[in-house]
Design a protein. Structure first.
Lengths: 254, 592, 423
């Protein structure tokens, strides 16, 4: 990145309309090589600072193939079944959530320690798999599909609810053995991710319209409860709000 | 080849709590100070603003504010007979990274240790006899007393605006405070925070059982506050996104909200962020630090010469750096010799979950702050007779629930299926009427011969240096202590009116995947004897007199409290010794 | 004259170890320069701070007064000149008379017209004494060799002779004449505000040709994406609700219990007014408080059932209340009070919109070092929502002001994005 002096000199030479004071305010650091040095004076700041989240909509699958997506939708819809009051995992977007997570840094274990050797240790030594979540899902869904076709005669998504529940229960207990894949470990991972998707902020693709928050009475991304701390045993009246807002923020034009 | 920078009076490694305190104190003394911080600059409006910090997935589940294990991690095993394996993703503790360190994302529980904690070996031996202590327990006296530190506890609390109710004011026991605390010279700088429903109900139940509950000392402001440096903090708004998160509205004590605005204005202070110190350099004699070597964000190596080096990174990073720099004799548990790595400890915590009738109890668990809570101290330290019980140690306990963030706080009674329609209904029926204290029992973790830190023989960091290896497990003493405390705690939760309680005892083996606070301590402890301690009573290295090592690294064992209050007090204590003694006459302050 | 001189020396004295020459010694009415007259130099240093010369004349990257900084004007860019004593590229070779003429007449050393980015229409009020004191101080600054071509304006503005006509319209040359019917404090305040302080350069609206609209002096002006507010004693939109002490405290510390300075004013406070004497700040405040408010009455507040108010209330509760409070009162010295704020009611909401879009860092001074910041809402609120919440705030807690147009938000966004990419 060019240093402040060069940048300013360049603009001075071209005579472009410049926002002098903005430039002044934005160059809070002096960059020498790759080292950021804080000079005495002010706390660093620049306009538009921050790293806000990018909300996820429901576009195409970013990671899953259509068949994998259908299977995961069916799985999460049994882990969190629909009922008259609250959508199930599928309509809540849990599969979309998992899809985007696997397509992103979580799926490839960005930031984790991935140096070999990968040696299986005790349970309390934590995960030592060579494969990250994205690879594990891919392998497990393939093995699950194979298992379902052999055991029940069709892909998981095509089975009856009872059959689906039986298979999930089999994965949970370890009785359903998947070829080359630890089915029990996959179940734990899937359950964790599905519930994360169900309860996380809707910006991540799940918990659509804050359905889980409405279900339990969690007000979401609120930040001020001063008026409520001492109001004991009273129902909190305000609807939940996501980081990206709620319906009431929309200005209804006459 | 490292490029040499102009000499500074003081080089501080790490710009967290202790780095900021020492930088402030030593710049006030007129010294030219540079702080070198491995992580990035952090501040509320730019890094954890109220616009998007309320994100459980991002900060609590995906650990965004913490060190990436890829950058540095540790290996772990329970027993010396096992092979240690890398901690590939954090679990049992969460190492911080960045300016402000753990002070950014702690929950601000600000305790003082008991007077007996500082003379633990002597005290327990006198009361119960030497044979009462397990043979391989290596607890020690600290070399400082509570009375030595009291003015500095006070200093840290007033820096932070700690909200609380004094229990022992100059020897007078006051109603509503902790009757077991050491005597304090002044009341807290802020009144205690108002408590939500379940916390208040816990206190009522505790009182009815004959205990003396009191509000947890809190670094969340109960009201707007201006600290002695002239820095202003705002009132806490009970958002329920406290520990793991930065505070978006200046109401949690941190280096950012208490010191840094004043510190950065001083012309004799500068800092370098995203620069990792890889070595403390010593001269040929090995007895004098000449400065530090660090790597900047583009990978370039630099040398920062300095007359005085303050090691102020987190505990386990302090120990790692000492080992990397060859300062102090590494600990060998078999030979029982050496000091760097010995007396490594964590915390013994457990919980009791209470399920209440949803038609009678609405706790609004999302209304909370990081250090909210009503606690009792009857079972901490040696506040109770251990004679008939067969263990030593203890901890505070309380309803200290800090929020109701749904990914982690949707508990269902055991026996409920973990998925499906019944699970969903149970979640819905229990969310608002469940008490989940979190670290409801917060017990001590004493030190043992076979719990220690050393260098791993196999796994390396990104510079090719050996990772540090943790060998840690629970001993019977702590398991017994926890069982006893958990049962007592369960009694209070039940007395609150729970229809069903679930005790979650802490059990061996120590599990590195289960979060148990980030209160890792020891490894380069303070003491009076250089053969069993790395630092003297002023946190000065016995081996290298112009090196001082801050933090809970100095704790010979962990007490039944959160460590930060004591960490802050020790930092001010050491700073005072440097200012009034060391600078006048550099050299060892204690001759063993 | 001597009495006034003594008062001005006392007013300008800053505690230091510099020996202050007795009044009059080697300084006959101050109309000559004596390099040994440390009193004159110190007074000049103080006056250079009051005039905030550094803001425009410091080189980017720090060399004091060495020039090179681009300055945005409505007509294009001019570059701050090198005013160090360097004989070739600075003003070292200038005579004292030429320096004084530059400050007070807007003429360069070859008689060329200067552009009023150099605020000579204000500095004309300087006494010769004060102008020479500034010269004496600048003579002590480190000479820096830095050739600066100031004139970067596009055709036809780059023709300096064009300034002759402009000066006829907008430049009234002449030293400040104290008003004998007013107090010494008021006169000092007038001298500073209308002269060296050049407050009107930002706070007075301009005509199309960039001259001051004197009829609306100090009633607010939109520049560089901000709205410099009304600083007359107007009750609704100016300083009518502030005391003299409030104003002086704001200028000194950058913060009062109810407000905080940011942006260009924050910079001004950090570089200039926080270093001024309490007496001078009180004088400025006295003068401003004596400027009559305007008679226009505010519009009636928008009805709470207006869709913008309904949405704005929800957005405020969810986003703003945690700092600014459900009652808009904020937290003293930390989060400004929106309730009762004249800035909130400004006719031009540019500053409000900019702060919501970009975020803001309030100024840090020795008295108030905390400098709390507000986050950026650019990604979180769309144009309608940002306009709605500002409209809500402008029409709540007893206030009323015209609603904010979403188009203003769009423009602020574009401006911020432009600045961020440096184009």
């Amino acid at each position: 990145m060019p240093d402040a002096l060069t940048t300013l000199a360049a603009f001075a030479g071209t005579g472009l309309k410049l926002h002098r004071r903005e430039l002044l305010g934005s160059v809070a650091f002096l960059l020498i090589g790759g080292t950021a040095i804080g000079r005495a004076g002010s706390l660093p700041w620049r306009p538009l600072a921050g790293s806000p989240p990018s909300p996820i909509g429901k576009e195409q699958w970013a990671f899953f193939t259509p068949a994998e997506g259908a299977a995961v939708e069916a799985l999460v819809d049994r882990l969190v079944p629909p009922d008259p009051d609250t959508p199930g995992g599928k309509d809540a977007g849990c599969a979309v959530f998992i899809d985007r997570q696997l397509a992103g840094p979580y799926g490839r274990r960005a930031g984790l320690y991935l140096s070999p050797p990968f040696i299986k240790g005790t349970k309390q030594q934590g995960p030592q798999e060579a494969d990250g979540p994205a690879v594990r899902y891919r392998k497990a869904l393939a093995a699950l599909d194979q298992y379902c076709r052999k055991d029940k005669g069709g892909a998981f998504a095509s089975l009856s609810e009872a059959d689906k529940d039986a298979i999930i229960g089999g994965l949970e207990s370890g009785k359903a053995k998947l070829d080359g894949v630890d089915g029990q470990a996959f179940f734990e991972l899937l359950l964790k991710n599905a519930q994360e998707g169900f309860f996380a902020d809707p910006i991540y693709g799940g918990n659509r319209d804050m359905c889980s928050w409405r279900m339990i009475g969690f007000p979401g991304a609120r930040y001020d409860y001063r008026d409520w701390v001492s109001r004991h045993n009273e129902r909190y009246p305000h609807p939940p709000v996501s980081i990206m807002g709620r319906a009431e923020w929309t200005v209804h034009k006459a | 080849m490292a490029q040499k920078l102009p000499r500074k009076d003081v080089a501080i490694i790490g710009l967290g709590w202790t780095g900021s305190i020492l930088a402030h104190e030593l710049t006030d003394e007129g010294l030219d100070v540079v702080a070198i911080e491995r992580g990035p600059w952090r501040d509320a409006p730019t890094d954890f603003p109220t616009t998007y910090v309320q994100d459980e997935l991002r900060y609590r589940i995906r650990h965004e504010l913490f060190l990436r294990p890829e950058q540095l991690t540790f290996t772990f095993r329970n027993k010396m007979s096992e092979q240690a394996l890398p901690i590939r993703t954090w679990g049992a503790f969460m190492p911080m990274n960045g300016v402000g360190g753990g002070g950014v994302h702690w929950n601000a529980e600000t305790w003082r240790f008991l007077p007996s904690d500082f003379v633990l070996k002597t005290h327990l031996t006198q009361r119960y006899g030497a044979k009462f202590l397990p043979q391989d327990m290596t607890i020690q006296d600290w070399g400082v007393t509570y009375d030595d530190l009291e003015p500095h506890y006070d200093q840290f609390e007033y820096l932070c605006g700690t909200s609380g109710a004094a229990g022992n004011l100059k020897g007078q026991i006051l109603e509503g405070g902790n009757p077991f605390e050491g005597q304090r010279s002044r009341p807290y700088p802020n009144p205690p925070q108002p408590q939500p429903f379940s916390h208040t109900l816990f206190a009522k139940a505790a009182r009815e059982l004959g205990y003396k509950p009191f509000p947890q000392p809190s670094g969340n402001m109960s009201q707007a506050y201006t600290n002695p440096l002239g820095v202003r903090l705002g009132p806490c708004t009970y958002c329920g996104f406290c520990e793991w998160f930065g505070c978006g509205n200046y109401s949690k004590a941190s280096p950012q909200t208490t010191i840094l605005p004043v510190l950065v204005r001083k012309s004799n202070f500068s800092y370098r962020a995203e620069c990792e110190v890889t070595r403390i350099n010593v001269d040929a004699s090995g007895k004098r630090a000449t400065g530090v070597t660090f790597v900047d964000s583009s990978g370039k190596e630099w040398e920062q010469p300095a007359d005085l080096v303050i090691l102020a990174a987190f505990t386990i990073f302090n120990v790692h750096l000492l080992l990397m720099s060859g300062i102090g004799k590494p600990y060998d548990p078999v030979a029982n010799q050496g000091v760097i790595g010995r007396n490594f400890t964590h915390q013994t915590v457990s919980d009791v979950v209470g399920f209440f009738d949803k038609d009678k109890f609405n706790f609004n668990p999302f209304i909370a702050s990081g250090a909210i809570g009503m606690c009792i101290d009857e079972f901490n330290g040696d506040n109770f007779d251990h004679g008939p019980l067969g263990f030593v140690g203890g901890g505070y306990m309380g309803q200290v629930q800090t929020g109701g963030r749904p990914i982690q706080t949707t508990h269902v009674p055991s026996g409920t299926p973990r998925w499906g329609a019944k699970w969903k209904t149970a979640v819905k029926d229990n969310y608002l009427s469940t008490v989940t204290p979190g670290t409801g029992v917060h017990g001590s973790f004493y030190s043992y011969r076979d719990i220690y830190l050393d260098l791993d023989p196999l796994y390396k960091d990104r510079f090719g240096r050996p990772l540090m290896r943790m060998t840690i497990d629970f001993h019977d003493n702590e398991i017994k202590q926890n069982a006893y405390l958990t049962d007592k705690f369960a009694g209070i939760i039940k007395a609150m009116g729970a229809r069903q309680i679930e005790k979650q005892y802490r059990k061996a083996p120590y599990d590195v995947t289960k979060y148990q606070t980030t209160h890792l301590n020891g490894g380069a402890i303070m003491g009076t004897d250089p053969t069993t301690s790395a630092l003297n009573r002023y946190l000065q290295s016995w081996d290298v007199p112009n090196l001082f090592v801050m933090g809970a690294t100095a704790f010979p064992q962990n007490a039944g409290y959160n460590p930060t209050g004591t960490v802050g007090a020790l930092a001010y204590w050491a700073a005072a010794a440097i200012r009034t003694q060391y600078l006048k006459s550099p050299g060892p302050l204690v001759h063993a | 004259m001597r009495e006034k001189l003594a008062r001005w020396i006392a007013g300008a004295a800053i505690a230091s170890s510099i020996f202050v020459a007795a009044a009059g010694a080697g300084d006959k009415a101050g109309t000559s320069l004596d390099p040994q007259n440390f009193g004159q130099i110190e007074r000049g240093r103080y006056l250079a701070i009051v005039g905030d010369c550094a803001s425009c004349h410091n080189a980017p990257g720090g060399q004091p007064y060495a020039g090179g900084r681009p300055i945005e004007t409505p007509f294009g860019v001019v570059i701050g000149a090198n005013i160090t004593p360097d004989p070739e590229t600075g003003i070292g070779a200038w005579s004292d008379a030429a320096f004084v003429r530059a400050l007070r007449e807007g003429k360069g050393d070859h008689g060329q017209f200067l552009y009023p980015a150099m605020p000579y229409p204000y500095y004309t009020k300087l006494t010769e004494r004060d102008a020479l004191a500034i010269r004496a101080y600048l003579n002590t600054v480190k000479p820096v060799h830095n050739a600066v071509i100031s004139n970067k304006l596009p055709f036809p503005f780059d023709i300096r002779e064009g300034m002759a006509a402009w000066n006829t319209l907008y430049f009234k040359s002449g030293e400040f004449k104290p008003d004998p019917t007013k107090s010494a404090t008021w006169n000092r305040g007038a001298y500073l505000v209308e002269g060296l302080g050049h407050c009107g350069a930002c706070h007075t609206p301009k005509t199309r040709l960039g001259g001051d609209d004197r009829a609306h002096a100090l009633q607010g002006y939109a520049l560089q994406g901000w709205f410099a507010p009304n600083i007359t004693n107007d009750r609704e939109r100016g300083l009518g609700g502030w005391s003299v002490a409030d104003i002086a405290a704001y200028l000194k510390a950058g913060h009062t219990a109810v407000t905080a300075a940011t942006g260009i004013m924050g910079e001004e406070i950090a570089l200039a007014s926080s270093h001024m004497t309490d007496a001078d700040l009180a004088a400025i405040a006295t003068y401003l408080k004596a400027l009559p408010g305007q008679t226009s009455s505010p519009p009636p507040a928008l009805s709470a059932s207006d869709p913008r108010m309904i949405a704005g209330a929800a957005i405020y509760l969810d986003n703003c209340s945690a700092c600014h409070g459900p009652d808009g009162k904020g937290v003293p010295f930390l989060f400004p009070s929106l309730a009762g704020s004249p800035n909130i009611r400004s006719t031009d909401p540019a500053t409000l919109v900019r702060i919501v879009i970009e975020g803001a860092r309030s100024v840090a001074t020795d008295k108030e070092p905390t400098s709390p910041g507000m986050p950026s809402f650019a990604w979180k609120l769309n144009d309608d929502q940002a306009a709605a919440v500002l409209t809500y705030v402008r029409n709540s807690w007893g206030a009323s002001a015209p609603p904010v147009d979403p188009h203003d938000v769009e423009q602020a966004r574009a401006r911020a994005a432009m600045a961020a990419t440096g184009r």
